[in-house]
Design a protein around this ligand. Structure first.
Ligand code: ACO
Length: 456
């Protein structure tokens, strides 16, 4: 393993930008830092101390929070590169273990490096029997993301030896353990809901095979592996492996910036991923397709999505970064067709999805706002075809994304500019005022409706 493969996290200063405050005529110079591809950034680190002003950027739409050499996205081109390699090439030729190695260690492994990595991951797939007991604390109907969040967070209590994050060997061990145990943890969340025993991971199986056998095998029967399903799941994991500074990855980075336990940081990422605007969208897409039900209802739902007074959105459409197409969605659509054909399933939701895509892509609202199907639009069809309920879709995403979270966590330790994350705010609340004693606050004779304080 050659650490030299990983580029230094340095960005060269190539220019300056002047910022001038019109009212006071004050002017500040800020450096422009070069990216290897994509937009350069202005370095505003000293802007507050120089100007006594903050910069305001809710949702970080214009703000780079770190320097990174892992994943590059060009939203306009619909390009996604892991360590420089196009996602389409990785989806076609690589496998998930190799992609994990690439994301973590910066280059494609040679045969020995790959074998060593696979062997090490394989050796850590079991979970402590005490952790298995932990599952019993959950209701059988609990959402598997809630279970995963709890169980992954609980791992921090199991591996004291992995909590010295200043030791590179312990960081490696924690990361390899987390990647290895995620399929086991996700599969057990599913088996627990079904009231089934927890099948042990088997060392003869690949990562995707193990995930499948732990989810679907039953004690009384031999599990028959379908290579096309294995391939589709492996590809699903590759497509979800990383996506630079998205909400969950930024959450992991922010949690980790305080020096928190790595397993707890990954649990924070799982929580962030769960929301329907992020990883929860795959589940929301299937719920939406079920709700639309029939092609004749599509126009009604497209109109609802366009109505600003209606909170409904077309799930699986739109992306913060991709404004042309999501390259992962194209691969996922082809994969969905392959799986439906292989399994001989005629899922009317696939036809509905295709029709919805066509109608939305021609609609002025979606065209003007550059809203295209994202990776989640088709992933649910595949997962549903192989027999997973909708509430297992986001856990599957979490399994794939774990390596991305860990690659970013690892990278933070090599970044000389890494600091505890601590955003600023524009304070618009009350200015200083004196405390009013209770006796001087008046009275009310109506019951208090707290809900009104919680409205948007
Ligand atoms: N349906 C209808 N209108 C939409 C949709 C949608 N799916 N997505 C965006 N819009 C509209 C917004 O209302 C907004 O309109 P406005 O300019 O008139 O206010 C405009 O398009 C821009 O949308 P924003 O929400 O400002 O874009 P942002 O980058 O913040 O959000 C997001 C991106 C969250 C993905 C959004 O498109 C969305 O909610 N999509 C549906 C959920 C989804 O599929 N999420 C999965 C994302 S992929 C992933 O996480 C793996």
């Amino acid at each position: 393993m050659n650490p030299k493969n990983i580029p230094k996290l340095e960005s060269e200063v190539i220019d300056q930008v002047s910022i001038r405050r019109k009212g006071t005529q004050e002017e500040w110079q800020v450096d422009v830092r070069k990216a290897s591809i994509g937009p350069d950034s202005i370095d505003i680190r000293s802007f507050y101390s120089d100007s006594k002003m903050f910069t305001w950027d809710p949702g970080f739409t214009s703000t780079a929070s770190c320097t990174s050499a892992i994943t590059y996205i060009d939203g306009a081109k619909g390009q996604l590169l892991y360590r420089g390699y196009p996602i389409e090439q990785l989806a076609a030729h690589s496998d998930y273990m190799e992609t994990c190695y690439l994301l973590l260690y910066g280059s494609l492994p040679n045969p020995e490096e790959k074998q060593q990595f696979v062997d090490d991951i394989t050796n850590h797939t079991l979970i402590h029997t005490q952790l298995e007991i932990f599952y019993r604390g959950f209701m059988r109907g609990a959402h598997p993301m809630a279970i995963m969040n709890g169980v992954v967070g609980a791992l921090s209590a199991f591996y004291h030896d992995s909590t010295d994050i200043n030791d590179p060997e312990q960081r490696r061990l924690a990361a390899h353990r987390m990647i290895a145990k995620m399929p086991t943890i996700a599969a057990y969340a599913f088996q627990y809901a079904n009231g089934m025993a927890f099948p042990a991971p088997k060392n003869k199986y690949s990562y995707a095979e193990n995930l499948l056998q732990m989810m679907f095998s039953v004690k009384s029967e031999k599990y028959e592996m379908n290579p096309k399903i294995v391939k589709a799941i492996d590809r699903f994991l590759i497509l979800h492996a990383d996506h630079e500074q998205n909400a969950s990855t930024s959450t992991v980075r922010l949690a980790a910036s305080s020096g928190a336990n790595p397993f707890a940081c990954i649990a924070a990422g799982i929580a962030s991923l769960w929301g329907p605007a992020h990883g929860g969208a795959n589940e929301a897409v299937l719920r939406m397709l079920n709700e639309i039900g029939n092609k004749k209802n599509i126009t009604k739902y497209v109109d609802k999505a366009k109505d600003k007074k209606d909170p409904f959105r077309l799930m699986g459409f739109g992306h913060r970064v991709y404004k042309n197409f999501d390259p992962r969605a194209n691969v996922m659509r082809d994969s969905a067709y392959e799986i439906l054909e292989e399994l001989g399933i005629n899922d009317p939701r696939m036809e509905l999805a295709m029709e919805l895509e066509q109608i939305a892509l021609k609609d002025d609202y979606f065209v003007e706002k550059n809203l295209y199907p994202n990776v989640d639009f088709y992933s649910g069809i595949i997962l549903s075809a192989i027999g997973l309920p909708t509430n297992m879709f986001t856990p599957m995403f979490a399994v794939g994304r774990t390596v991305g979270w860990l690659a970013h966590w690892k990278e933070m330790f090599t970044d000389p500019d890494s600091k505890i994350g601590r955003p600023r705010q524009i304070y618009v609340g009350e200015t200083e005022r004196d405390y009013v004693p209770m006796k001087d606050r008046g009275h009310t004779n109506r019951p208090l409706l707290f809900t009104k304080f919680w409205q948007r």
